[in-house]
Ligand binder design. Structure first.
Ligand SMILES: [Zn+2]
Length: 402
């Protein structure tokens, strides 16, 4: 049994220079409205609705980009948001910005926080400056990994708390800048339970035992979420994107309560359709209809030089056709009313799901409009502003030349 698990935060050398190779690639074009029009002729087969994947990870290299674009074009992903651009100053960040500049409106990105020096007095100031750089480079905000609460330790050895006040300047500045805080807190509830045959995620944890947060000095799942919720309440002007259905797809009522209480909270469905699909389909459908303006489609597709990851670890290395099937399983769940179908990430649990057949208007908000409003329209405005500035500067220097 081989565990196939590429790592997202791979350390990258010479990424920026490798990206120069991109200039030799043919610029990929997004599936356009015109394409959709052509394919909607009576003779052509109906094209499935286009989707924006608000949650992917792509190592910024020519090969990984080409792999990702090939998958996106096969499954109808028109726009996508990379959640792991790294920190300003790192080769990964420079290369991701270069990639985003190359793809224009089609790709958005989120930078990441550097926890190094968290004990030092200047840490918050430094990271606020980094956030400003991310936004100035055209980023949509920051993605906080689960390391906050489960991995980052202070000098005394204790875990940095999710709602530690030394992070407050960051949350506040994000609100002032209109930067989104995409937040992964805790992990599935089963990861906080013993790894044995009774654990419902036994298959997954057997392949990735270091994903277990059972015992030691880890806070409980409930404590981590409660701390996250206090931050969301404390900063009502900051937009928080609770990825993985606010990290509590196991309890739909809990997430329903959060969305009702905090208007500054959005959620995505990334890597959690297996959990979401365990609830009665009518209940899930009503949840999606009730919060139709604040749920984003996302998959957590990972593309690295080491291969693909489709929502979790897997027994065999996923290939292109697995990736296509992964997206199709999402579509089956959201777009049909089929009963007892396979969910997108079988390693997460040996159960079937009942599809929720979202109404077309809700589906289009979930698949595209919410992500457009929250992530991609601000990016388009950034690109337009920058292009206007460049034109003005070019005009000035042309004037000087005469
Ligand atoms: Zn992710």
């Amino acid at each position: 049994m081989r565990c196939f698990r590429p790592l997202v935060p791979a350390s990258l050398c010479c990424v920026a220079s490798c990206l120069l190779l991109l200039s030799s690639c043919k610029r990929p074009s997004a599936t356009t409205a015109a394409d959709a029009h052509v394919s909607s002729r009576p003779s052509a087969p109906a094209r499935p609705p286009a989707i924006y994947d608000s949650h992917v990870h792509i190592t910024p290299l020519p090969d990984t980009l080409n792999t990702a674009l090939r998958i996106f074009s096969a499954v109808g992903v028109e726009k996508f948001a990379v959640k792991s651009a790294g920190s300003p100053g790192s080769p990964r960040f420079a290369a991701t910005v270069q990639l985003a500049d190359y793809l224009g409106e089609r790709m958005a990105f989120f930078g990441n926080i550097d926890w190094e020096g968290i004990d030092e007095p200047g840490w918050a100031k430094r990271e606020v400056a980094a956030l400003e750089k991310i936004i100035a480079a055209g980023g949509s905000g920051i993605k906080i990994f689960k390391a906050l609460g489960l991995g980052v330790r202070l000098k005394d050895g204790s875990l940095l708390k999710v709602d530690d006040p030394r992070l407050d300047p960051l949350w506040r500045r994000a609100g002032e800048l209109g930067a989104i805080v995409a937040w992964h807190v805790a992990d599935p509830v089963a990861f906080f339970k013993p790894i044995d045959k009774n654990n419902e995620r036994y298959d997954e944890l057997s392949l990735a035992p270091d994903w277990s947060f059972y015992g030691k000095d880890y806070p409980s799942h409930a404590q981590l979420l409660a701390a996250r919720d206090r931050v969301i309440a404390r900063f009502p002007k900051t937009i928080f994107l609770g990825i993985h259905l606010a990290n509590h797809p196991e309890d739909l009522d809990y997430v329903d309560g959060l969305l009702s209480r905090y208007k500054n909270l959005y959620v995505d469905t990334s890597a959690r359709v297996p959990e979401i699909g365990r609830h009665p389909p009518q209940k899930v459908r009503e949840f999606f209809v009730r919060h139709q303006d604040r749920i984003l489609f996302g998959t957590d597709l990972i593309v690295t030089p080491g291969g693909l990851q489709l929502g979790s670890v897997s027994l065999k290395e996923p290939d292109f056709s697995d990736a296509v099937a992964f997206y199709q399983a999402h579509r089956n769940y959201f777009e049909t009313s089929k009963r007892q179908i396979a969910h997108p990430t079988p390693i997460q649990g040996r159960w079937k799901v009942d599809a929720i057949n979202l109404p077309p208007a809700v589906l289009s908000k979930f698949y595209r409009d919410n992500a457009e409003r929250l992530i991609f329209a601000p990016r388009s405005r950034f690109l337009a502003r920058r292009a206007a500035k460049q034109r003005a500067e070019a005009g000035k220097s042309a004037g000087r030349a005469h």
